[in-house]
Ligand binder design. Sequence first.
Ligand SMILES: Nc1nc(=O)c2c([nH]1)NC[C@@H]1CN(c3ccc(C(=O)N[C@@H](CCC(=O)O)C(=O)O)cc3)C=[N+]21
Length: 284
Amino acid sequence: MAATILYGKEIAKDIREQLAGEVEELKSKGIVPGLTVVLVGDDPASHSYVRGKARGCEEVGIRSEIILKEASISEEELVAIVEELNENPNVHGILVQLPLPAHISEKAVIGAIRSEKDVDGFHPINVGNMMIGYDSLLPCTAHGVIEMIKRTGMPMEGKHAVVIGRSNIVGKPVSYLLQKENATVTMCHSRTVDLRHYTRQADILIVAAGKAHLIGSEDIKPGAVVIDVGVNRIDSGKLVGDVRFDEAKEVAGYLTPVPGGVGPMTITMLLKNTIEAAKNLSAI
Ligand SMILES: Nc1nc(=O)c2c([nH]1)NC[C@@H]1CN(c3ccc(C(=O)N[C@@H](CCC(=O)O)C(=O)O)cc3)C=[N+]21
């Protein structure tokens, strides 16, 4: 049986239509949700992602602004930009695109963002609130992954979810959100011995290792929900995931493609967070 393909792009379109309605409503109350993205350096992939974010904003009616800075900017200057945005009442969301140049501390910059405007959900206050299970701005990719699993209609409760990758932006947050949905969660990573031993037990497999073609049909439990978070640009210039799609689709029950899977959901959750931040900051 071939897998049902979860087209994030289509799910995202659905959600974005709903978000556009919410923006309309806010505008009628005189609130125009605004996102500012700060992009340091000239990495082409980062520029491409940031363009995607700006397009998403335009689609739902969010005002967006991109601040471009050279890679030579100092940490102090970057923190000063963030602090200015913290005070700007027209800016509800602040996103500093990662990675930052090596001489700038991510901790210092992310920590400088006012937590109510941290639409990435990367500020320690938001991470802590999420971990406890309190309301918080959720990390966009992890939230997008959960929304995609919900769309399968399969309850997560009691299911064995295996997460490959322990990053702060995907692996760790997705493990908390899966636990919140009452899944049993196993974490695997680059030092895991006999990865396949774990992945073959997974009812839900989240692959966020950043290694092209890591997972194939032999690694997947028949019928599993397989979410591919990988974004790898291979030599041909093609974008591929961490899962060998053509193989996996013969075994999995549900499978996300790359591109057109998790990526568009990530941006959609960013738009959702920006609207939420605008509401919270305006006390609506
Ligand atoms: N502070 C911060 N927040 C982020 O959320 C963040 C970041 N830094 N740094 C880089 C990663 C990566 N990321 C992606 C978002 C969307 C797509 C996406 O929409 N991809 C399209 C294809 C895009 C293409 O073709 O290049 C897709 O999968 O269909 C990809 C990657 C957000 N990130």
